[in-house]
Design a protein around this ligand. Structure first.
Ligand code: 13P
Length: 249
């Protein structure tokens, strides 16, 4: 049985005091929650939020990290610095990193391997652009991003990887993939994992859906056989919208 995993990606939002307020609300409202939870604030709020979620059922995640452990990398944040703050997981390969900041599969793979080497969990994001979907390439794009993103990752380390399918055209647009369309891609990604790591690993792999997840559509998405959770953006910024998703019935 896979555990549902609901994560909030706060992106470039919230000052420390705003982040603290939301984190406190989530701690109190999710303490009886039955699933696995994570919040990923900006780097600047990690310590503040980390102090609030420490010892609760909410994990602390970062939204990105450098591909190197340390050195002359102005403006970057290293895995060692994240671990020092109590970060337990990192989101890698988010479409905003891929498309706005031009991160490629090779760089993302380097980050994935470094994060796993240092004991972090990884949420590896994959997903196609609208023109790729319209050209019938959604599966191929997700397969390439999955295969390349996981290159050199051992079967043992794979247990700390979650894949987030985030169709780029559904992110922040209010357009959600239908549960059927999302499930079809999730099933395909699971097949890809099966080819790489075998049937048991494929069955165990947690695959989140991301892209305009809201309280109104969370339960329908989660009801699908291959959808094991959500990576939530906009609706993660308020307890009143994140909590109902996190406690979907
Ligand atoms: P939205 O939920 O705002 O569409 O964002 C999804 C996302 O990118 C989460 O990482």
């Amino acid at each position: 049985m896979r555990t549902y995993f609901i994560a909030g990606n706060w992106k470039m939002h919230k000052t420390r005091s705003e982040a603290a307020e939301l984190a406190k609300a989530l701690v109190s409202q999710l303490k009886d929650g039955k699933h696995k939870y994570l919040v990923a604030p900006s780097f600047t709020a990690l310590e503040t939020v980390g102090n609030i979620v420490a010892g609760t059922n909410i994990m602390l995640g970062a939204q990105n990290m450098a591909a190197e452990e340390q050195g002359a990398h102005t403006g970057e944040v290293s895995v060692l610095q994240l671990k020092d703050l109590g970060v337990q997981a990192v989101i890698l390969g988010h479409s905003e990193r891929r498309h706005i900041y031009k991160e490629d599969d090779e760089l993302i793979n380097k980050k994935v391997r470094l994060a796993l080497k240092h004991g972090l969990e990884v949420i590896l994001c994959v997903g196609e652009l609208l023109e790729e979907r319209e050209a019938g390439k959604a599966e191929a794009v997700c397969e390439t991003q999955t295969v390349k993103g996981l290159e050199g990752v051992s079967a043992e380390d794979l247990k700390r990887v979650t894949i987030a399918y985030e169709p780029v055209w559904a992110i922040g647009t209010g357009k959600t993939a239908t549960p059927e369309d999302a499930d079809a891609i999730h099933a395909y990604i699971r097949k890809v994992i099966g080819k790489l790591y075998g049937e048991a690993a494929a069955k165990a792999m947690c695959i989140q859906y991301g892209g305009s997840v809201k309280p109104e559509n969370a339960a329908q998405l989660m009801a699908k056989a291959n959808i094991d959770g959500a990576l939530v953006g906009g609706a993660a910024l308020k307890a009143e919208t994140f909590v109902p998703i996190a406690k979907f019935a």
